[in-house]
Design a protein around this ligand. Structure first.
Ligand code: ATP
Ligand code: MG
Length: 385
């Protein structure tokens, strides 16, 4: 008898080569996620992944970490035993002994059709045995405990707890994105949503030190660390933005400054994306949340981009975003005070409807290429996770 985790993923739409790619990635992500927990092997079977554990394995830590791996629909801690009805009965009894319950139910699935009993027969036999030994009632509709039995050619698996995973897709199967991470509440949530869909995230942050303190830098590194629980090794690009802001402030009309900052950030970010092999930029923008996020203004930012800008939070209310940030664990770091570089030198009432022509005109005296090159020369890179 041996304890192990049986990990299941959502299989919808997964066929042929895609499926093998997906399973291999999930397997290697699980290995990374579980390092140091005492697992002995992660094994890919045709319809699930087994995590074998040694005697000293930290079972509750493994449970916690599997709940953070993208691409898992659910998992269970199971006991494997021989495909023999007596062994199955004994193992099932041991499995439910530590639990508190008044009623139970046994559910069986059999992939080995040569096993002498049918699935309903196995459920009835094991259920009868458990009831006799424990004094619990049988309840087919609303049992306190369900004992799941799975019989394959080699082994029988018995489990009493199914734990929901996050769903989504294994990180890495959907390519790479460059997330514009600000230190605020929204962008880490946007990152998380993309990571959940299988995108590997790399991050970029623009900071205005020495006009601001270094709080935003520290926050961004901490946020990337929290996200690395699901994204694993993560690269963060840090771009000094103060000089460029100075140029914008002296050379352009005040109402357009936020938008001009954002256009410059976007131009720099897309060059970094190309360097990092990322295929899209991701922002935490949500429609009309602030002046720079009106449709008209999003369009003027988008106009200078030549790779897609993805905005996973575009249709979400602030309250929904906050709730997600709390669940992911980024909220407390995000709400620590920092000076936002986009609020430097901007008027109280920034333009909510700047036309493309107005912005192009406002920028016409800037040597945009040189400013982008300069920023790229001063780029720094940190790795977390
Ligand atoms: P957040 O909560 O993510 O800071 P926000 O509601 O404060 O968002 P803005 O300040 O308008 O909104 O920024 C919109 C988006 O632009 C951010 O979600 C982020 O993706 C990007 N962004 C803003 N400032 C920075 C920055 N300093 N570095 C990198 N990206 C930034
Ligand atoms: Mg912000």
């Amino acid at each position: 008898m041996e304890e192990l985790f049986s990990v299941h993923y959502a299989e919808v739409g997964l066929k042929g080569k895609n499926r093998i790619f997906f399973e291999k990635r999930l397997t290697s992500n699980i290995k990374i996620a579980l390092s140091g927990t005492g697992y002995t092997e992660v094994k890919r079977l045709h319809d699930r992944i087994l995590v074998l554990i040694g005697k000293d394995a930290d079972v509750s830590e493994i449970k916690k970490r599997l709940q953070q791996v993208m691409g898992i629909a659910y998992f269970e801690l199971a006991c494997s035993t021989e495909t023999d009805i007596t062994a199955i009965k004994e193992t099932a009894l041991q499995q439910i002994q530590g639990l508190t319950y008044g009623s139970l139910k046994v559910e069986t699935r059999r992939t080995d059709k040569t096993f002498p009993l049918t699935s309903p027969q196995i459920s009835a036999e094991v259920g009868g045995y458990l009831i006799e030994k424990t004094g619990a009632r049988a309840d087919m509709h609303n049992p306190d405990v369900v004992c799941w039995i799975k019989i394959t050619q080699k082994n029988a698996y018995i489990s009493t707890e199914k734990i929901r995973g996050l769903g989504g897709l294994p990180v890495g199967v959907s390519g790479k994105v460059l997330v514009m991470l600000s230190g605020g509440i929204d962008s880490p949530v946007a990152a998380w949503q993309m990571i959940k869909r299988g995108a590997k995230a790399v991050f970029i942050h623009f900071y205005s030190y020495p006009y601001t303190d270094k709080a935003s830098l520290e926050k961004v590194i901490e946020l990337a660390q929290i996200l690395a629980v699901s994204n694993y090794r993560s690269v963060v690009y840090l771009v000094p933005f103060a000089e460029l802001q100075q140029v914008i402030v002296t050379g352009t009309p005040a109402p357009f400054r936020v938008l001009l900052y954002r256009r410059m950030m976007t131009r720099i970010a897309q060059r970094v994306a190309t360097m990092a092999n990322a295929e899209a930029l991701v922002t935490g923008e949500s429609l009309a949340q602030v002046a720079s996020q009106t449709l008209t203004n999003l369009r003027t930012i988008e106009a200078i981009a030549d790779i897609p800008i993805l905005r996973p939070l575009i249709g979400e209310d602030k309250a929904e975003i906050i709730e997600k940030a709390q669940r992911i664990g980024t909220f407390d770091v995000s709400t620590r005070p920092h000076q936002d570089c986009c609020s430097l030198f901007v008027p109280k009432h920034p333009a909510t409807r700047a036309s493309l022509a107005e912005l192009d005109e406002a920028e016409s005296d800037l040597d945009i290429e040189a400013l982008v090159e300069e920023a790229l020369n001063n780029l720094e890179k940190q790795v977390v996770g």
